[in-house]
Ligand binder design. Structure first.
Ligand code: GDP
Length: 295
């Protein structure tokens, strides 16, 4: 992830730093290369354009060019803008509410939603919370059983399966069980679909009405690049998302989804999935990721 972007930017910045003095034309030339590198990393066009315009304006507008180390200054401006593009601060789950806190997981089929539900439940359990997972996925065969198997592996309770029950009723039952049995956190794994469609959105809204989620996390596959951002845009227009989990960050994605997500959707990336194992999840730290990109 980010390797090729990192190499490209590294080359541009080495050349900038290698010079004593910089002209405005030098900066503009370098920023043209940065723009191309971002687009090749699959960053959404308006995001790449806004990024380069902002950096260029700061770099040529201040006293940067007259400073002792102009190249260094420009790199710092790029670093700060990258951190901002990635979302500035890392964002945790908001679970400090009157229990049970409800986390609703949404996303397309195959994005890694069920796996991520288990990964996050494991993390929350490690913080000392009593967690109940419930699968509302009545579309994909064996989806409910899959979550039950994962629950056994991580020793987290799952809502017993009632054959034929519809998502809204499962959500209602999950909420009742959580209240009666004193669970601190309910994780609702909603049904995915192959594409964003109205039936899916209506179902999610109905489930949200019943469960009043404190978090609605969208799970998207980082390997799908700009598609991931389009999916996130679609979802965020219909349901009040509180954040995004980007899965398959261990794959060789070019990084476009991670880089465009915040700017396009306004939602923070809260976690990154980094493998198939149930401990393969990390909080998303914009500063660290920017540091990794700039080497
Ligand atoms: P769902 O249909 O959205 O519920 O998707 P699943 O949770 O069943 O995941 C689909 C596949 O993606 C499974 O084989 C998971 O092991 C895999 N997967 C999920 N998250 C990650 C990740 O972060 N990295 C990798 N390499 N694989 C993942």
């Amino acid at each position: 992830m980010f390797d090729s972007l990192s190499d490209r930017l590294g080359g541009v910045f080495d050349r900038l730093r290698g010079r004593g003095a910089l002209t405005e034309a030098d900066v503009r030339g370098a920023m043209r290369e940065v723009r191309i590198a971002l687009l090749e990393a699959d960053v959404a066009l308006p995001v790449a354009r806004a990024f380069v315009d902002k950096v260029t304006e700061e770099a040529v507008g201040q006293n940067v060019l007259r400073s002792v180390t102009p190249g260094q200054q420009v790199v710092k401006i790029v670093n700060d803008a990258l951190v901002e593009m990635l979302g500035s601060d890392s964002a945790d789950l908001n679970l400090d509410v009157t229990p049970p806190a409800v986390v609703m997981m949404v996303g397309l089929q195959g994005s890694g939603k069920t796996t991520t539900t288990a990964k996050l439940s494991r993390l929350v359990k490690k913080r000392g919370k009593k967690v109940l997972m419930a699968s509302l996925d009545v579309n994909r065969p064996a989806a409910q059983e899959q979550l039950a198997v994962l629950g056994t592996q991580i020793e987290v309770a799952t809502l017993p399966i009632v054959a034929g029950q519809q998502p809204v009723d499962i959500a209602r039952r999950a909420m009742q069980s959580a209240k009666l049995q004193g669970f601190d956190v309910v994780m609702l794994d909603t049904a995915g679909r192959l594409h964003v469609d109205q039936a899916l959105m209506d179902e999610m809204k109905a489930v949200a009405d019943i469960s009043k989620p404190d978090e609605i996390l969208l799970v998207v596959d980082s390997l799908t690049g700009q598609d991931a951002v389009n999916v996130a845009t679609n979802f965020s227009q219909q349901v009040p998302l509180t954040g995004v989990v980007l899965t398959r960050m261990d794959g060789d994605a070019r990084g476009g989804a991670a880089l465009s997500m915040r700017a396009v959707t306004g939602k923070p990336i809260k976690f990154a999935g980094v493998g198939e194992k149930l401990d393969a999840i990390e909080p998303f730290h914009p500063k660290r990721v920017a540091g990794r990109i700039l080497g």
